[in-house]
Design a protein around this ligand. Structure first.
Ligand SMILES: Cc1cc2nc3c(=O)[nH]c(=O)nc-3n(C[C@H](O)[C@H](O)[C@H](O)COP(=O)(O)O)c2cc1C
Length: 169
């Protein structure tokens, strides 16, 4: 028998993740996006990643109709953006000085890194759809800037308290 949703959420919440805002444009060219942690690297050659989007998200149809999206990786001082994009609110982008990336997908200001993708495939994934994107452009804040990622762990936001000595893994 399958785990119940609470049990599944509890166990998968123990997998600490970075927090992203995934963005796209709808058919009218309006910016759309949502907070997402179900984001994962898939392949190096070609460079593929996946994003899982809930069918009940208001922006789901926009992603379904889009040929590109951007993944914005939040910094540890951007919890407010995570909260803003996790709200059901059509005006999520109001007051945010985003810029269009190479694909036109919105890039949020001050993020730790971003990657833009062309949609390569859409796969069924239960109550989510798995969007596979081929990375076509990216930007990363230099390590020397000392910025850290916003994390999510067991239902709450978290930050890196200290870093283990950098050794090749
Ligand atoms: C930390 C966090 C992680 C989330 N991860 C995802 C995710 O990976 N996929 C998803 O579809 N929704 C995820 N959500 C929920 C959406 O951000 C939320 O339902 C949002 O309101 C959807 O936006 P919309 O309905 O206005 O389009 C997450 C929410 C939070 C707070």
């Amino acid at each position: 028998m399958a785990l119940d949703p609470n049990g599944f959420r509890e166990v998968m919440g123990s997998l600490a993740t970075g927090v992203t805002v995934v963005t796209t444009r709808d058919r009218q060219g309006q910016p759309r996006g949502l907070t997402a942690t179900a984001v994962c690297s898939v392949s190096l050659m070609p460079p593929l990643l996946l994003v899982c989007i809930d069918h009940t998200a208001d922006c789901y149809e926009a992603f379904l109709g889009a040929d590109a999206f951007a993944v914005n990786l939040l910094r540890d001082d951007q919890e407010h953006l995570s909260r803003q994009f996790a709200r059901k609110d059509a005006r999520k982008f109001e007051g945010i000085a985003y810029r269009p990336g190479l694909t036109g997908a919105p890039i949020l200001p001050g993020v730790l890194a971003h990657v833009e993708c062309r949609v390569q495939a859409r796969h069924p994934g239960g109550d989510h759809t798995i969007f596979v994107g081929e990375a076509v452009d990216s930007g990363v804040v230099p390590v020397e800037d000392g910025r850290s990622p916003l994390l999510h762990f067991r239902g709450g936001y978290a930050r890196i308290a200290s870093r283990l000595r950098a050794e090749p893994s």
